[in-house]
Design a protein around this ligand. Structure first.
Ligand code: SAH
Length: 220
């Protein structure tokens, strides 16, 4: 169902409940992920003029030419990152509006999230504080460098597309850990890299569309 014109109740638990039911129909089965998405209000991460579309099955603009991923993509990537078990330390590259970060905060013990666009990070910080998510640390930096001082990570998620993962970032993935990201430039596919004692294995999944991962940082 489309909620554009529902007005009253748009931001309610019931609206979120409908989003969860849709995610189930789309094949999301991890109850922990569904529980996190049921708990976190998505509309507070979206500009007021678009907030009525917050629970629609679509990506939306969040300024600076960036987008918040659709609920399905957030659920799918979270499910792939968890692979059915609890996460310790997670690194997110591309905080954007902070919605995926808030979901990760429910799935992991500690979340580190890096964003290159200063003003986006400032706003994400306000929202995450509002939700009292105390296990999140945000950093204004180039995510391609990762956060070697806090490595290794049990999970690394990139919310912007790249054709190549730098070796220095792969090295920050713990043995037993997983990296989930959109791989490619024009054509992109969700990619999971698992790190086990034998090395790294790559699995290519759904075709997707993300903004590109860019080098360097942007001040506000
Ligand atoms: N998960 C975010 C997605 C935002 S879009 C959300 O739901 O809102 C991808 C984000 O990645 C953008 O905010 C973009 O600025 C950021 N990004 C792109 N390249 C980056 C890099 N090298 N380091 C950190 N962030 C980056």
């Amino acid at each position: 169902m489309n909620t554009h014109h529902s007005g009253i109740g748009m931001t309610s638990q019931r609206t979120r409940g409908r989003m969860i039911e849709r995610l189930r129909k789309q094949g999301i089965v991890d109850e922990v992920v569904l529980g996190a998405m049921s708990a976190i209000p998505r509309h507070i991460f979206i500009e007021e003029v678009l907030a009525s579309r917050a629970y629609d099955d679509t990506a939306l603009p969040i300024n600076f030419g960036q987008t918040i991923s659709s609920p399905f993509i957030v659920a799918r990537m979270s499910e792939l990152l968890r692979a059915g078990s609890g996460l310790g330390k997670v690194l997110e590259i591309g905080s954007g509006c902070g919605y995926q970060t808030a979901i990760l905060a429910q799935l992991a013990r500690e979340v580190y999230s890096i964003e290159r666009i200063g003003p986006l990070l400032t706003r994400a910080r306000v929202r995450l504080r509002q939700l009292r998510l105390g296990n999140v640390r945000l950093k204004h930096a180039d995510g391609l460098l990762g956060l070697p001082e806090f490595a290794p990570f049990d999970g690394i998620i990139l919310t912007a597309a790249t054709a190549h993962i730098p070796p220095s970032l792969l090295e920050q993935l713990a043995v037993g850990g997983r990296m989930v990201f959109p791989k490619g430039s024009q054509e992109q596919f969700l990619c999971v890299i698992a790190h086990n004692s034998q090395g790294y294995t790559e699995t290519i999944l759904d075709e997707v569309r993300f903004v590109p991962l860019l080098p360097g940082i942007l001040k506000g």
